[in-house]
Design a protein around this ligand. Structure first.
Ligand code: AGP
Length: 593
């Protein structure tokens, strides 16, 4: 998703802006640009591709202390300089993160007033409307207010006006934006990493707030009533967001998973009684709906299987982008759990709002502190994964599964002892470390030249297949499919040929034999089977390569089983020399619907 940064202070604006954009690179982008005041005029520089291309164009000797910057993840229009931000129309120059859904009709009206457009973006249209309203009102606050009352969609805008070379404006609606400050400087950004090198003090903006930055920071609500905001502080210990000894952030983050699990579960497993108290709030709900996207959805699916196994709670799972079309039957005994690493995913945020509008209680399972979902949910459980830079999630996914393991353990504890489960959970980090120390490059060599890979499993193993398949696809660009093992024979088995790689996951002894039958079905059609299991007593060799993991509580086992799949995907992508931390077309936080 797009990244935006703004600056007003006593240092070189160009430097602060381009460094801020570099900290947002992980969000995914295809072009970038900055606009800054120099000798009371706005200067704009843009570049396609990496930020270093932009830096090469900028004259850092020019003395500027106010400007805005943008990394673009294209939603409208091709990747070219005309569509790259900042956009300038008349007196107005701006950058935007989000989507203006009704930009087409606005564009038609403005064209009737003589506006011409050089690009294809919704942002250029938004810029023109603010310029139109500024020309009508000669007042920036009124122009912005009139414009945002017209927009339908999501936006975070940073805005400059050629008539006001000492001012910077901003406004947001459903797209993230923070205003940060230290003694002499003000920073604006779509996300924390862009400002953490300068300050940890910040303000949060509500939807449709307007900010005017001159000598002070002035906040206005959507009716232009001046409001005051409380300063917040990011209490985050020194964030180590370097790669350290690792070649990629993804490999570093996979190697942090043992610590992440330890940190995530620690507050809940002091002893069995404390454990109970932390989750008692769940017992009043008759129905639980889980809503998420991508890997967070896969974590939720594991949660569904685990909770269903140990309770008779009515539990449903939904892809967030589909959730808005459902007929919702909520009541005060319905809990809607929204899972999101970034806490800014537009589809998941929209689902949260639907749940709240329908009077359901909402719980966020979120990794980023004070993110939109964390703030807007009735309650939040933070996963302790720390900042995750690689676009493909690994440690945050496992920390989400850890929370669901704890929730399922709570339900189990109401009917039977969880002593052994807690013991396995306490020992899990060490078992994860043992797997992290194993070599999975030999498996990657079997896969990296393949065009198609199948993942098969049943129940929780099928949910693990989904995440394993997504990891392989998103970083190595090899097509793969996760299939319920019993379903393959109903059609897609026609795709199994000699040496088609099938990764089969079988960790549930209660359904193991059926999965083995399905493995034999693909094996008899020539598949090359990599078998991941916790069964140490395998009687026959129906597979080609074996990955053996420890046999531990089913409540805890998914967090172990996923590690080999994450590492195999990483090493496959590495063999293919892919851009592992920033895969093509992907963004770390998908803030558009
Ligand atoms: C992660 O590997 C995926 N790239 C992506 O599917 C992600 O899980 C999804 O976009 C949800 O993100 P969130 O957890 O920040 O809401």
């Amino acid at each position: 998703m797009c990244g935006i940064v703004g600056y007003k202070g006593n240092k070189n604006a160009q430097e602060i802006l381009t460094n801020g954009l570099s900290c947002l690179e992980y969000r995914g982008y295809d072009s970038s640009g900055i606009a800054y005041f120099i000798n009371n005029k706005i200067k704009i520089e843009k570049a396609i591709g990496q930020i270093k291309n932009l830096k090469n164009k900028i004259n850092y000797k020019e003395k500027s202390n106010l400007g805005i910057g943008h990394t673009r993840w294209a939603t409208h229009g091709k990747v070219n300089l005309d569509n790259c931000h900042p956009h300038q129309v008349g007196k107005i120059t701006l950058v935007h993160n989000g989507i203006i859904e009704n930009y087409g009709e606005i564009k038609k009206k403005l064209q009737q007033f003589g506006y011409e457009f050089y690009g294809e973006t919704d942002t250029e249209v938004a810029c023109a409307l603010i310029d139109y309203n500024y020309k009508k009102t000669s007042n920036m606050l009124k122009a912005i207010k009139k414009s945002i009352n017209t927009f339908i969609g999501s936006y975070a805008f940073l805005i400059l006006c050629s008539d006001e070379c000492d001012k910077l404006y901003a406004t947001r609606n459903n797209s993230p934006l923070i205003v940060a400050l230290n003694n002499e400087e003000t920073f604006l950004a779509s996300d924390v990493p862009a400002i953490l090198n300068y300050t940890n003090k910040y303000y949060l903006l509500d939807n449709k707030d307007i900010v005017k930055i001159d000598e002070k920071i002035n906040f206005y609500d959507e009716n232009l009533k001046q409001v005051t905001k409380k300063i917040k502080k990011y209490e985050i210990e020194n964030i180590n967001i370097s790669k350290g000894k690792y070649k990629h952030y993804m490999l570093k983050e996979i190697n942090e998973i043992d610590d992440v699990v330890r940190k995530t579960v620690a507050p809940f497993i002091i002893d069995e009684n404390t454990f109970q108290s932390k989750f008692n709030f769940l017992s009043k709900f008759e129905k639980i709906e889980i809503v998420a996207c991508g890997s967070a959805y896969h974590a939720g699916l594991i949660g569904k299987y685990l909770i269903e196994k140990y309770s008779d709670v009515n539990i449903d799972i939904n892809i967030a982008s589909e959730y808005r079309y459902k007929k919702h039957k909520f009541n005060c005994k319905t809990l809607v759990i929204i899972i999101s690493q970034s806490g800014e995913t537009a589809d998941s945020l929209a689902a949260l709002r639907i749940a709240k509008e329908n009077n359901a209680k909402t719980l966020g399972i979120v990794n980023v502190y004070e993110s939109s979902i964390a703030r807007e949910a009735d309650d939040v459980i933070y996963t302790q994964a720390g900042p995750e830079v690689a676009v493909a999630t690994t440690k945050a996914y496992v920390s989400q599964v850890a929370i669901f393991s704890l929730i399922a353990m709570y339900f189990k504890s109401k009917n039977e002892s969880i002593k052994n489960d807690l013991k396995d959970l306490k020992n899990l980090p060490e078992k994860i470390r043992n797997i992290l120390n194993k070599d999975f490059q030999k498996f990657a060599k079997l896969i990296y030249k393949q065009n198609d890979v199948f993942f098969i499993g049943r129940q929780i193993d099928y949910a693990l297949c989904m995440e394993g398949s997504l990891k392989l696809k998103e970083i190595s660009y090899i097509h793969s499919e996760a299939y319920a093992a019993g379903e393959l024979k109903h059609g897609s088995i026609s795709l199994i040929d000699n040496n088609t790689v099938v990764i089969a996951i079988n960790t549930d002894k209660d359904i193991s034999l059926k999965t083995i039958s399905n493995i034999k079905e693909v094996k008899s059609r020539g598949a090359y089977v990599i078998y991941l299991t916790n069964d140490k007593n395998i009687k026959e060799k129906f597979y080609d390569k074996l990955i053996l993991i420890d046999n531990i509580s089913p409540l805890v086992s998914p967090m172990l089983a996923i590690i080999p799949l994450q590492l195999i995907s990483y090493y496959v992508a590495n063999l293919k020399k892919c851009n592992i931390d920033k895969p093509k077309n992907l963004a770390k936080s998908v803030t558009v619907e």
